[in-house]
Design a protein around this ligand. Sequence first.
Ligand SMILES: Cc1cc2nc3c(=O)[nH]c(=O)nc-3n(C[C@H](O)[C@H](O)[C@H](O)COP(=O)(O)OP(=O)(O)OC[C@H]3O[C@@H](n4cnc5c(N)ncnc54)[C@H](O)[C@@H]3O)c2cc1C
Length: 491
Amino acid sequence: MRACVVGAGPGGIVSAKVLLENGFDVTVLDKFQQVGGTWSAGGCYDGLANQASRRLFEFADLPNRLHFAGAVDTQRYLENYAETFGVLDRVRPGTEVVSIRPVEGPGRPGASGWWIESRPTGEGTADVRRERYDYVVVASGAHHHARLPELPGRAAFHGTVLHSNEVRAGTFAGRRVVVVGGGKSALDLVTRAAGEATSATLVQRKVNWMVPERLLFGLVGYKWILFTRFGEALLPRYHDPACVRPVDRIDDRVKRALWWVITRDMLFSAGFYRLPKQLRPDRALPFHLAHAGVMPRGYVRAVRRGLIAPKVGALEAYTDQGLRLATGEEVAADVIVFATGHHKVFPFLDPGVTVHDSAGRLRLHRGIVPPGADRLGFIGFRQVFNNIMGVELSAHWLTRHFRATLRTTPSEQEMEEAIDARLAWQERVLPGSGGYDFGPYDIHCADELLHDMGLPSRRVGNLLAEYLLPAGVAHRYAGLTRSDSTGRQVY
Ligand SMILES: Cc1cc2nc3c(=O)[nH]c(=O)nc-3n(C[C@H](O)[C@H](O)[C@H](O)COP(=O)(O)OP(=O)(O)OC[C@H]3O[C@@H](n4cnc5c(N)ncnc54)[C@H](O)[C@@H]3O)c2cc1C
């Protein structure tokens, strides 16, 4: 059983590990020179730091004690993981996948396997290498293909225009910087510009929620509230009835009252209360939590000291000096950085395999497999807050799907119906999530995959610990596989 994993980021290396344990002959192809994806050299903007506190950014079988670590240390953890579990030897770095096509044969696309075409990164004229695999895992990253808004007047502006992924050491020094966007990357970059640039301006259409490192007026780390089963029970009910527990049936009035308290705490603990009203999020929690990152250190202070000039409003056009806002205000810039997100696209994938709907939302069953194709799965496109834990559980689910050992295998029509129902729920409770972002539903998402795998979702014996200790953490899911008498991993 030959399997190809496209991408050696966290999703790719954990998929490779689980597939190897289950007897697959695995090859991992990545266009970068290092494993680690977003966290590898050049994988994201310079200065990227992890938003995860201790024991959050880790896989079940290898503890990670780093606390809000930098990208270099995070990459080292991932490389160590790949080496420890025999994945590193399977990685072909500097190899870009340019096409994935089904091998022709009876049945649905992929039933007879897949052709993968690849070539050395950046060598557009190099010969393409064609290989046949029985299974393919696409782990090419949800944050890989830059999304920039189309604005009129680009030719008039002679300064530098970058996507956030392209910011490197020295990009800001001595220049007037405008950062466009309202998410974690935008706030990170404008905070950095405040210390390095001649001027730093932030233009955001709306102010997003940011999670503070510590909640309850700075007393407890966010994972003790947001990553517990009790905390998740305060969210609107999860779409899959198989994952709804009695605690999820808390009366909506009680939920609303508790969110009122959490909202005040978030405003206070994240520092929003110290900012002018127009720089505070104006939408009710928990909706839009999916778009929240962890509030970067220094952002609030830099705004208060006047080192960041924040503007809230839409963009209209480039000018010869920078940007014009819809209000008519002009902002001067030498460098414009668009921290405006990423397209979830797969330019190498056979056009006959449908993975998006007409609105551009991903249509994957469980956020992992396309209903119309066989022996093909996507890892990293069922995003939760603790994405690392999420990709590990998804890798287990996909491996069992490939081995046809899930509790049930729904038909194509049943998958389509399940996707429709889930997308309708996402639109309601996580607006703008693009069909891939499950935001704060870490534990419910885990429950759903475990339920499909026929594994217990209850991970600890003590009921209080089950509900009140952080559960959206990988070490709760250690030991999902074990060795049988032949040394083969079984569930
Ligand atoms: C600004 C920012 C901050 C973030 N902060 C956090 C955080 O604090 N904590 C957290 O858990 N997550 C964070 N994330 C999410 C982050 O993406 C995940 O941590 C994780 O890296 C996702 O892993 P992945 O394997 O799915 O994708 P990636 O890490 O993106 O890896 C994808 C890999 O696929 C490769 N690839 C793509 N196309 C091809 C191709 N055609 N051929 C060959 N290889 C290809 C890429 O080179 C890359 O190595 C952040 C993301 C961003 C953008």
